[in-house]
Design a protein around this ligand. Structure first.
Ligand code: MD3
Ligand code: FE
Length: 202
């Protein structure tokens, strides 16, 4: 089975599973704390904080730019293991024959966190799907087309929603315009966490 296009699975994760995931994340973040990536060249800090689980993590800083690496940029330790529950979810939803190598964990909290319109193109395996899991406050997600100027549409992603991207949609422009504060009770400190599961290497 190969997915082509993007599919929203509203409320795919029930409250119990969301809480179970938050428990996993708490353990991950103890070993691999959130850090704030920087834009390549300018060094401008992201408004989103990040960390990862699995064999590879996505990082970015002023001097070395966007990349995947096998260790945390601050602690130097290997990334914590990918939770089993995420491996099952990946196989159930995508049927892709290889496991994800990176669970990127994005934290939207504090002053106006957002993610500008971009494409994910730091991966070598572009055939593999991407799975996105939303936890906590609702996000206003922007889905565009294959070119930056193409028309976009705004979609709300709420806690427990899972989105899969495959085939041509894998290279679409997308971003997060804003987070709707206090729209969920899942995270005790508020805000939103997005998990993206990705295959990096062929
Ligand atoms: C569409 N994250 O980490 S997830 C990212 O909610 C990222 O944190 C956003 O974009 C977030 O790169 C959006 C939805 C998403 C993820 C990957 C995609 C949409 C995508 C890959 C291709 C097309
Ligand atoms: Fe992205």
């Amino acid at each position: 089975m190969h997915i082509n296009g993007f599919y929203i699975h509203p409320g795919y994760l029930d409250r119990n599973t969301q809480e179970e995931l938050v428990g996993c994340l708490r353990q991950i973040v103890q070993k691999a704390p959130f850090f704030r990536p920087e834009m390549p060249r300018t060094g401008k800090p992201f408004s989103v904080e990040m960390t990862s689980a699995g064999p590879l993590g996505w990082v970015s800083d002023k001097h070395n730019g966007y990349r995947y690496q096998n260790s945390h940029p601050v602690t130097g330790n290997p990334w914590p293991a990918m939770p089993e529950v995420l491996l099952s979810l990946w196989f159930d939803l995508t049927g892709y024959h290889r496991p994800p190598e990176c669970c990127l964990i994005n934290l939207y909290r504090g002053e106006k966190p957002k993610m500008g319109l971009h494409r994910d193109k730091d991966e070598h395996d572009m055939e593999a799907p991407v799975v996105s899991i939303s936890l906590g406050d609702t996000a206003v997600f922007r889905m565009g087309g294959f070119n930056r100027g193409d028309p976009t549409r705004s979609i709300k992603l709420t806690s427990g929603d899972v989105v899969t991207f495959g085939g041509a949609a894998r290279l679409s422009y997308h971003g997060i315009d804003r987070i709707i504060a206090n729209s969920s009770t899942l995270l005790s400190q508020g805000g939103r966490i997005n998990l993206t599961l990705r295959r990096v290497n062929l």
